[in-house]
Design a protein around this ligand. Structure first.
Ligand SMILES: O=P(O)(O)OC[C@H]1O[C@H](OP(=O)(O)OP(=O)(O)O)[C@H](O)[C@@H]1O
Ligand SMILES: O=c1cc[nH]c(=O)[nH]1
Ligand SMILES: [Mg+2]
Length: 209
């Protein structure tokens, strides 16, 4: 089974508390979701393999370290995943981006895919799927399936808030995928929202409520 890791760095926890507050406006919410995305990426990429690289400093030749192996692709799930994207890219500016559009039916809570666009060599890339909310797990599982269908073999998932139900659903359907979260919350409510959560991430990011 894939790992489930809560990234408990004090900066991540402090910032998460700010965006949970109902009085935090879209401007601050948007900025902090990006910042947490960056801090999480710093932790998630801890195990990236390094290789020796020969370079020349102003003083002469030397062998130093550079990131080796597969190149990273960031996969935001629209819309709310876009909120994390810029912060993630600040940590890995050379990453490519694949976008998956997904909305959850309010009644059935089932996800519907409406957009997919990825780099041509996606099958050779390691993917980091980002979305602030892991609720039932349906959207994350469908996004992961869309990537696997195109041949992607290494996938990680980064979310801000995860419900226990969503974690279980992803671990069951995709035991090869590690999940990273800023928090595991208490429960999924009957209306499909996470408690205590932070409300509707997409609406708060885009000011659509
Ligand atoms: O785990 P699940 O039960 O699938 O729920 C999580 C999904 O719901 C939210 O998106 P939403 O459908 O509200 O779309 P939006 O990002 O456009 O607001 C969220 O950003 C996730 O994608
Ligand atoms: O709590 C939740 C659950 C799904 N999507 C959200 O934006 N928030
Ligand atoms: Mg969504």
């Amino acid at each position: 089974m894939g790992k489930f890791v809560v990234l408990d760095h004090p900066l991540i926890q402090h910032k998460l508390t700010i965006i949970r507050r109902k009085d935090t406006g879209s401007n601050e919410f948007r900025r902090i979701v990006g910042e947490i995305g960056g801090l999480m990426t710093y932790e998630i990429t801890r195990d990236l393999p390094l290789e020796d690289v020969e370079i020349e400093t102003p003083m002469g030749k030397t062998v130093q370290k550079g990131i080796a192996g597969k190149k990273l692709t960031i996969v935001p799930i629209l819309r709310a995943g876009m909120g994390m994207l810029n912060g993630v890219l600040e940590m890995v500016p050379s990453a490519k981006i694949a976008v998956i559009g997904m909305y959850r039916d309010e009644k059935t809570l089932k996800p519907h895919e409406y957009f997919f666009k990825a780099p041509k060599d996606i099958a050779e890339r390691e993917c980091l799927v980002v979305d602030p909310m892991l609720a039932t797990g349906g959207s994350a599982n469908d996004a992961i399936a869309a990537l696997k269908k195109r041949g992607v073999k290494e996938i990680k998932l980064a979310v801000l808030v995860a419900a226990p139900e969503g974690i279980k659903a992803v671990q069951k359907a995709n035991p090869d995928v590690d999940i990273y979260a800023a928090a595991e919350d208490e429960k999924l409510m009957s209306n499909g929202y996470i408690f205590p959560g932070l409300g509707d991430a997409g609406d708060r990011l885009f000011g659509t409520k």
